[in-house]
Write a protein that binds this ligand. Sequence first.
Ligand code: SF4
Length: 298
Amino acid sequence: MEVLGYYLAVRDGKKKARFLSANLDEKVEEAFRLFEKCELCEHKCRVDRIKGQLGVCRAPPYILLSSEFLHYGEESFLVPSHTIFFMGCNFACVYCQNYTISNWLELGVKLSEEELADMIVARKKQGAKNVNFVGGEPTPYLPFILKVLRILKEREVSVPVVWNSNFYMSRKAMNLLKGVVDLYLPDFKYGNDECALRLSKVRNYFATVTRNLKEAAGDADVCIRHLVLPNHFECCTKPILEWIASNINGKNVVVNIMPQYRPEWKAQEYEEISRPLKVEEWEKAVRYAEELGLNVMD
Ligand code: SF4
């Protein structure tokens, strides 16, 4: 069965990237409306981001990058991927593997929308198969990202857009992404709200992420990443895989069950995740996903 066919057609130049036919003027306008009383993610801090007020994510009113480069370590159908790491995050995962970004231990580099658009064009010439917006978390920067895409549209540059996110977008932000993103790359971390609050300090996790996943699967291709955590099979891995199987399983949805958990940042303070994942824990997750009939990545 062919999976992710749409994304692959855009990647291989057989179809145009979707943002080229989106109404980006309207989307940029609406995104900046949300920005003024920030409701870009489910935290809904309602701070005036235009004036530089800070919400939970502490993101500034301009593009601030940690880094951007051609990434060869992403999923095989993505590489080389032009990954753009935005500073800051709306989650506070105690085991964050990019904790220097999410906790503002780096200064970051300020860029204009034109400068970032130029970089995307340059990376495409170097062989990038897509532009991969990530962080931290890209959601707090959505208005600027849409402006960058508008510049690329004016220049008629077709490059697949990958939205690499924790999927805690507000309903309104999710609507802005529809018709723009070619491949959603969500993290699906927790199977319940208690684990999400304890380990990432966010509320109403499961309802928010599953709502956005349903919207994403109805809009474009989706590659769900599930990082298996030690001792979280029953509470997280199992309900996550079962939810996918019952709600969005199809040829536009693949699941990457990730084995690379290691106890970074403050993970030592949480006993059950204070060690690396065992191979058999990962194998158990993959086996279960296959039994459920999911499209599991090799
Ligand atoms: S993006 Fe989310 S966390 Fe950041 S200010 Fe807006 S609502 Fe708050």
